[in-house]
Design a protein around this ligand. Structure first.
Ligand code: UTP
Length: 232
């Protein structure tokens, strides 16, 4: 049994909520799971998913400025955030533009939902910054892989998932997979670096809600804990 305290931040990967255009059923089930959880303050940062990726790839071929592409990606993340907020009673009706605004909203709403903020990073980093700024010590990254592996699990059948790994090893693995250009980076390096400097425990897991429920209850589940290796 692993006790998390009463506040958490969740980075809800765009690939997790991306349907055509969004998976509203999943979002609703995710909302009910969080509503029935014990957590008093929950920050949720939504990714841009398929919408962001398709705009960015079409426009990149036409040589659109990378900073503008990021800005377009941010619009997609904010669209997902507003969709999520609309399906989640007890959340902020307006999507904040900055982490500071989101932290302020945490005084009013149990669930604070936001997307990206400015060009140059991803929503994983926004989620890490939201943890850091609000003093929340646990970041759950709900993403397209169910944990951190020693090799790409889609390519190697013998890939092994870590139950627990240190920040530095996680950063090394994230660096290795991002240079291999693929969607399997479990979390970006900037987000991990912020987690390390502020000792935020990161839990990487998949979109499976039964499994996420176990994590929220502190029970044994399929995931990887990234932390400083101190006693849990
Ligand atoms: P995501 O965070 O969704 O990126 O933001 P992603 O890594 O492609 O992740 P998944 O699939 O959702 O997990 C989408 C894009 O929006 C821009 C970036 O271009 C990013 O790739 N963005 C997002 C920013 O520039 N700043 C932000 O704060 C957030």
């Amino acid at each position: 049994m692993i006790e998390l305290n009463d506040s958490i931040v969740i980075s809800l990967g765009g690939s997790v909520i991306s349907g055509d255009p969004i998976d509203a059923d999943y979002m609703r089930d995710f909302a009910s799971l969080l509503e029935s959880s014990k957590y008093r303050r929950v920050g949720i940062v939504t990714g841009g998913g398929r919408t962001a990726r398709s705009y960015i790839s079409v426009l990149r071929k036409l040589n659109v400025n990378e900073n503008v592409l990021d800005e377009i990606g941010i619009y997609a993340t904010r669209m997902n955030a507003l969709s999520m907020a609309s399906l989640m009673p007890g959340s902020n009706p307006m999507i904040p533009f900055t982490v500071e605004e989101a932290v302020n909203l945490m005084n009013t709403y149990r669930f604070v939902i936001m997307g990206g903020t400015e060009p140059g990073h991803t929503t994983d980093t926004v989620a890490a910054l939201l943890c850091e700024r609000s003093g929340v010590k646990t970041l759950i990254n709900v993403t397209s892989v169910d944990g951190v592996y020693d090799m790409d699990p889609n390519k190697f059948a013998n890939a092994k998932r870590y139950e627990r790994i240190g920040y530095r090893e996680a950063i090394a693995l994230s660096t290795k997979s991002s240079t291999g250009a693929g969607p399997n980076v479990f979390m970006d390096i900037t987000a991990l670096t912020i987690a390390m400097r502020s000792r935020i425990r990161v839990i990487v897991t998949s979109r499976d809600l039964a499994n996420l429920e176990k994590i929220l209850n502190g029970d044994q589940a399929i995931s990887t804990f990234i932390d400083d290796g101190q006693k849990l």
